[in-house]
Design a protein around this ligand. Structure first.
Ligand SMILES: [Zn+2]
Length: 270
């Protein structure tokens, strides 16, 4: 007689697992494990190989004090365990360096927000170079997409850090888009940015857009005039890559960006 309830339990468990790990859903059981179990239950240190990459290759990390270095590394380790990294195109594998530097970019921009891990973006797709999008019918270097994806061309990603003073950085650009998107997505990472600051930011967009359209020496590249989202991303790129110059160009805009990101590269040794 006991065999019947047991069979029912097995069928129910198998059915549950089938739904959890369904390949057809964008938010599968794997997402749940990564984003909830890895986030709250797995307290494991960053892998040594990832830590060594941070030490060698992340200038931001190198400039932190010891306490913040530990915090940064811990968050990088957690970010890596929360995301699924996928190689596409003719990229053979996702290397530890790719994982670490992508995670470091995410933690850098959210260092003022210790609870934010870009919950909506859990799959990170990496192409070796620019890739063709069937949606836009164009070649892209990077994008975020609310189906849960962050996408990067590794070539362009690396170029962003090789010229770390020109205010152009793909990783920071896309992470800034992700920050705004995450803030607007109704999940437990919802509405963490101060709305008044974001509204104030839009006034700067109007000013800079005018300057760009009139060819009146804006500090920012022309793409910043496309819309307020592109403007925000480009300001963030400059905030990290050339804070002194941005501060000199427009102190109030620098301060506002610093308030939004809750970090100030000029006054703190982080
Ligand atoms: Zn953009």
């Amino acid at each position: 007689m006991e065999i019947i309830p047991l069979t029912i339990i097995i069928i129910l468990v198998l059915g549950f697992l089938r739904i959890m790990f369904s390949a057809t859903s964008d938010y599968t059981g794997e997402y749940i494990i990564r984003h909830f179990v890895n986030r709250y239950l797995l307290i494991r240190p960053i892998k040594l190989e990832h830590l060594h990459i941070l030490e060698r290759k992340s200038e931001y990390y190198q400039n932190l004090n010891e306490a913040n270095k530990r915090l940064f590394a811990k968050r990088v380790g957690k970010f890596i365990s929360m995301k699924k990294f996928i190689a596409r195109g003719n990229l053979k594998e996702v290397t530890d360096e790719m994982k670490t530097l992508i995670a470091a970019s995410a933690i850098k921009i959210t260092f003022g927000y210790p609870a934010i891990y870009f919950q909506s973006f859990w799959k990170i797709i990496i192409y070796p170079e620019a890739y063709y999008s069937t949606i836009t019918k164009k070649r892209h270097h990077g994008e975020i997409n609310l189906r849960g994806l962050m996408v990067f061309s590794w070539k362009r990603f690396k170029e962003g850090y090789e010229n770390y003073e020109d205010g152009v950085n793909l990783a920071l650009h896309e992470m800034a888009h992700a920050l705004i998107a995450e803030n607007r997505t109704n999940n437990y990472e919802f509405d963490f940015l101060n709305n008044e600051n974001l509204i104030a930011f839009d006034d700067y967009f109007k000013v800079e857009k005018e300057k760009i359209l009139k060819d009146d020496k804006s500090f920012f590249r022309n793409y910043a005039a496309v819309n307020e989202h592109e403007f925000f991303s480009i300001v963030v790129e400059n905030f990290f890559e050339r804070p002194k110059e941005l501060n000199k160009y427009d102190h109030n805009l620098y301060k506002l960006t610093s308030k939004i990101l809750k970090q100030d590269l000029l006054t703190q040794h982080n």
